[in-house]
Design a protein around this ligand. Structure first.
Ligand code: KG4
Length: 335
């Protein structure tokens, strides 16, 4: 069975072809970073306009790489939310139109379930139950996954997502967009111990996150440097900031495994590309006797293969979308 996956929730136009639930025949991503870079963040109108221009091109490229035609596709799986409404509408309307004209079923997929299941795209697949840390530009959340369809939200950010905090700090330091890779790169040349930045642990057992205080502390440090006419120690600041984010992400993930007694941990989302996060979470999981599953980089960031996989699993359960359905901006998955 062939599933065409379509993902346009934010700034990447992505289309994949998945055979059954195992073989990725194509996984194409058209990235918009160049368009949004000069604004230091995503401009929603520009994102949806570019999705409109790209969606057919990227679909044709995916079909060509998979060596199939639209007629060979059995199921269309598309991101229904959460995300930017204008961006979601492009992919969702396109999928519904394809479904209608080809007379093939479609399923609307919650983007978060795609990230939660993305580890199944790898050879070394996790077993249920597991704790998943999903950490990206739009989300920072901990879930407990009991099966392909049963997820509980354990905690999420009360303000900024971790990736958003990286992006905002990068903008403050004029380092460009997206901020995560460049802040992390600058951090390698600095020392995290030369500056003291706060960690928001919240209540003792809380699995929620908060990064706005940390972001304000970075802003205050920069303002102090300016008023005292001192140079900003960019490398040290990046190292201290990255360390503060990672420490909270790692320790709250471990806390979630204690609370749920889960033996397995999965990470996903763009920030899971961060090498220090992978390393420290890996070390802590070894210390705690847990097994960590880290999807390949292309499966961690926004992609359509994970949407195809999640959609295929929904379809296996008998779920199908209808043309009257609409997109949604916020996820209620696991609530
Ligand atoms: O999942 P993703 O591709 O899409 C969105 O959520 O939009 O994640 C993008 C986010 C951005 O905020 C980016 O700065 C962050 O992931 N990111 C990183 C790294 N690579 C990307 N954050 C920290 N370290 C990285 N190496």
């Amino acid at each position: 069975m062939l599933t065409l996956g379509i993902e346009t929730s934010c700034d990447d136009t992505a289309v994949a072809v998945l055979e059954d639930d195992a073989r990725i025949r194509a996984n194409i991503i058209s990235n918009q970073d160049m368009i949004h870079a000069r604004f230091g963040g995503i401009v929603p109108e520009l994102a949806s306009r570019r999705h409109m221009e790209s969606i057919t091109v990227v679909t044709n490229e995916a079909l060509a790489q998979a060596e199939v035609s639209l007629r060979d596709i059995d199921l269309i799986a598309v991101t229904q939310g959460p995300g930017l409404i204008g961006s979601l509408l492009v992919g969702f309307s396109y999928a519904k139109a394809l479904s209608y004209t080809l007379n093939k079923p479609f399923v609307g997929v919650d983007h978060m379930s795609g990230h939660l299941l993305s580890a199944f795209l790898e050879k070394d697949k996790p077993s249920f139950p597991y704790v998943a840390l999903i950490v990206s530009g739009g989300t920072t959340a901990l879930y407990y996954a009991k099966s392909y369809h049963e997820f509980s939200l354990l905690g999420r950010t009360r303000d900024d997502a971790a990736g958003e905090a990286f992006d905002k700090v990068a903008r403050l330091l004029s380092l460009g967009y997206p901020g995560g890779p460049v802040v992390s790169e600058r951090a390698t040349k600095g020392s995290s111990s030369r500056l003291s930045l706060p960690r928001a642990w919240l209540d003792e057992h809380s699995l929620d996150f908060s990064f706005s205080g940390l972001k304000t502390a970075v802003l205050n440090y920069c303002n102090n440097c300016k008023s005292l006419q001192r140079d900003i120690q960019v490398e040290d600041l990046c190292a201290a900031f990255e360390q503060a984010v990672i420490e909270v992400l790692v320790e709250k993930t471990i806390l979630a495994t204690h609370a749920t007694k889960a033996e397995n941990v999965v990470i996903g989302g763009g920030v899971s590309a961060n090498r220090r996060l992978r390393y420290h979470l890996g070390q802590r999981c070894i210390e705690e006797g847990k097994k960590l599953y880290v999807p390949a980089l292309t499966h961690c960031t926004d992609n359509a293969a994970m949407i195809a996989f999640a959609g295929f699993k929904q379809f296996e359960r008998g779920l199908q979308g209808s043309v009257n359905e609409d997109v949604f901006s916020r996820s209620s998955l696991g609530l």
